[in-house]
Design a protein around this ligand. Structure first.
Ligand SMILES: Cc1ncc(COP(=O)(O)O)c(C=O)c1O
Length: 394
């Protein structure tokens, strides 16, 4: 049958990783045993108490029905307590929190809730590719704001004023600090400028905040800026900091009006989250500093190995990055990060992400994930070393 796909899918390719993982699967079937240092999916398990809660709750007979569209009050309260404890931010658990099936779906929900055809949305370049595809799927138009290394990967507010001042129709702006892929941490002054910018131009600032606990001792929420609730929605996630990526649990926080608006869309898309998952998520959010310290000790040790690998590749990088990746500038000998990534994939059986998938401003960079054990990182170093020795011998 020849059936045309919808117009809204035009220009939307398959997600880069979904395509690349298929290729890696094929190479593995040929016996290559590729080490994948690409995707940011934590390989460590959640805390044992979290798993125990899921097991115990799932064994109960009365937890299997559809759940509230607004999420369990237990989970909403746990999110509010978590925000208060770690970010110093007060949220009303009844009205200002909406649990999500992972923060990725929240990106789509926000776009579907607010965008009409042709509405303009500021998206970071480089940035998480989903912002771009969600905006396009919802009919909006992406307008890039470029992040540059010389500006510490922060938006250039003069450039933003020029962009927004020259035309009407801007509705949303996507921001994400700690920033993926560059690992750049936020500062209070940046957050204040973002809130002021949103207020001045009547633009909803959508802050995606899944990395604030990884290799970072001072988690920050955009809501820590006074008056932010007027113009900010924030997404958060248990995928990274609680090692629960496959569980699909995130949260959207914002003023009551925003939560009600997004819920109008979301309640038409799903029918709530399995209650035992929500109760286990609440348990995870209650974990103390020991938990974050133990996770971060593992990432810190891995990061040292990744630095070694990057030194071998002659890349340049900032050692103070947060999040579960290291972002690095490639040496002059390569056309771009795709060329370096391909060389290492096909000749050393190691996959690292080319920075260009995050936007044109990332083309001269690569991103290495910290989600592999130290032994695998050590093996990657060995393989790349061997490749370079072979090349030298030729
Ligand atoms: C910047 C950013 N936002 C959101 C997500 C999605 O997270 P979740 O698992 O909560 O959907 C990711 C995942 O890689 C990410 O890197």
């Amino acid at each position: 049958m020849n059936i045309a796909t919808s117009k809204r899918l035009e220009g939307i390719g398959e997600y880069y990783f979904s395509q690349k993982l298929r290729e890696i699967d094929e190479l593995n079937k040929q016996g290559k045993q590729i080490i994948n240092l690409g995707i940011g999916s934590p390989d460590l398990p959640p805390h044992p108490e979290v798993i125990k809660t899921l097991q115990e709750e799932a064994a109960k007979p009365n937890v299997h029905a559809y759940q509230s569209y607004k999420g369990s009050p237990v989970l909403r309260k746990a999110v509010a307590d978590w925000y208060s404890k770690w970010y110093g931010v007060t949220l009303n658990p009844d009205t200002e929190i909406l649990p999500l099936l992972g923060s990725k779906e929240g990106i789509m929900h926000i776009c579907m809730t607010y965008l009409n055809k042709g509405d303009k949305v500021l998206v970071p370049n480089p940035g998480y590719p989903t912002y771009r595809s969600a905006v396009k799927l919802a009919g909006g138009e992406c307008i890039d704001y470029e992040l540059k290394e010389e500006n510490n990967w922060y938006p250039d507010f003069d450039q933003l004023e020029n962009i927004v001042g020259s035309s009407l129709g801007y509705k949303l702006m996507w921001v994400n600090y700690p920033h993926m892929p560059t690992g750049r941490l936020p500062e209070k002054a940046l957050f204040e400028k973002l809130v002021a910018f949103g207020k001045k131009h009547n633009i909803l600032i959508c802050h995606d905040n899944p990395y604030s606990f990884i290799l970072n001792d001072s988690p920050m929420s955009l809501f820590s800026v006074e008056g932010a609730k007027e113009v900010v929605i924030e997404l958060n996630s248990l995928s990274k900091s609680q090692n629960m990526a496959g569980w699909r649990i995130g949260t959207l926080c914002g003023a009551k009006e925003r939560i009600d608006e997004v819920l109008r869309f979301k309640s038409n898309m799903d029918s709530g989250m399995f209650l035992p998952l929500q109760l286990a998520a609440a348990k995870a959010l209650g974990l103390g500093k020991d938990w974050y310290d133990s996770v971060n000790a593992v990432y810190a040790a891995r990061r040292k190995k990744v630095f070694e690998l990057l030194d071998l590749l002659n890349c340049v990088y900032d050692k103070s990055q947060a999040g579960m990746f290291v972002w690095a500038k490639i040496p002059a000998g390569y056309k771009n990060g795709f060329a370096l990534s391909d060389e290492i994939l096909y000749n050393a059986n190691v996959f690292i992400t080319p920075g260009g998938i995050f936007g044109s401003a990332g083309e001269q960079y690569i991103r290495v994930s910290l989600c592999s054990p130290e032994e695998k990182l050590g093996e990657s170093i060995k393989r790349v070393n061997e490749l370079f020795l072979q090349v030298k011998d030729k």
